[in-house]
Ligand binder design. Sequence first.
Ligand code: URP
Ligand code: ZN
Ligand code: ZN
Ligand code: ZN
Length: 484
Amino acid sequence: MEFDTVIHGGQIATADFLFDGDIGICDGRIAAVAERLSGGTRRIDAGGRIVMPGGIEAHAHIAQESATGLMTADDYYSGSVSAAFGGNSSFIPFAAQHRGQSIEHVIETYDARAQRSVLDFSYHLIVSDPTEEVLAEQLPRAFKRGITSFKVFTTYDALVLPDAAMLDILTVARAHGAITMVHAENDGMVKWMNKQLAQRGLSAPKYHPVSRPEIAEEEAINRMIALAKLADAPLFIVHVSTAGGAEIVRREKAAGVKLFAETCPQYLALTRDDLDRDGMEGAKYICSPPLRDHATQEALWAHARSGTFESVSSDHAPYRFDDTGKFANGAHAAYPRIANGMPGIAARLPYLFSEGVAKGRITLEQFVALSSTNAAKTFGCTTKGRIAPGMDADIAIWNPETRKTLRASDQHDNMDYSPFEGMEMTGAPEIVMNRGDCIVEHGVLKATEGRGRFIRRAPADLRARPGYAAKEFDPAQNFGAVLR
Ligand code: URP
Ligand code: ZN
Ligand code: ZN
Ligand code: ZN
């Protein structure tokens, strides 16, 4: 067979095992994996390098207006370029429904924005207005287009949904084989804390974590799992930031619940002390759920290692440290009026490799699983996330020896800061491919704007897993064929 490209002499890393071998690529797909492959119009020497499935970023806010109308600093061009420099071959940002909008309108809007992507992309839909029409017609249509994940929020005035609406969405998701994702924080607790702090005039960035206590996340995770159990529907908990929340996930997974979860580098790398800086510097570290403490970091690493988390995702939510972003409501705005979120789409894999693999906290196989393979499985990207014949040639060639100090200016995003600024990183991607095209090569962007393609996702095969059944109500029995 004549290959377009042969990557030879590298250590191939998959989620299951490591082996020395070559990869032959033809027409954008992996055509062969073998100990030795000859030929190849182009031969890439991967000696001393790790060859792995390119990262799949499953949590990013790109060209997304927040509920208050603030646009993220990154669009699909800068966001995908930054993702690629960070070792990703594809990504799944959110397409957010604002109340009153149809899902069709949302998808059209994001389809137009995503025309600029250099990487393959899909969307998770954010559902904030689950009308009868949305539930009965629009979500099923989105699902048929290959958008097989719906995200809901338990907090934020413009997004929060009552429990009954959660059950409606979980039930629609279940009927089609979609997965419901949730941002879990108890809204009432946050509101009450905000009021207590405001009454005392405590408005500096460092009070943001105080206002969103760990127990608020734990309560909402617990409640959402209960709702998902009643509906017997799969649930994905995004950005788990607490040891308590992770422990609930571990326990419920062990009990057989169709449950999936992620954490993010910021919860592993940073603490709430980072918000206690001079002036408004702390605003750079405002994200929700908030940063916690050192003990939490250790607990979250342990959960990453032991399989509580499918993925480590960036939650890239880029708002610049100026009046277009963090300070859109004024340079001295109280913490509740400062944009939530931080960038990190380019830092995710380097961080996870450096602090995880190089420091012995996770294995190389786990790095592959947490950064790519599990996201593909969970979210139905059937041609991605694995090194095997027939799969897309989405590949990152990684130099495990590179040492670099992380700089915001090297992130290739539209941001003016990085929360990981100054961190010493071991290991970096040298070549990143998407469907056999080199997107980034030795620090140079090779891709043209708009080459990325929409990933039509499959339902993850979750309905087949045995789940929980409430004694009084089994959706499979009571709703019968409708849900089968
Ligand atoms: O603070 C964050 N994470 N902002 C982005 C939106 C979200 O809640 O994921
Ligand atoms: Zn080279
Ligand atoms: Zn969130
Ligand atoms: Zn997010």
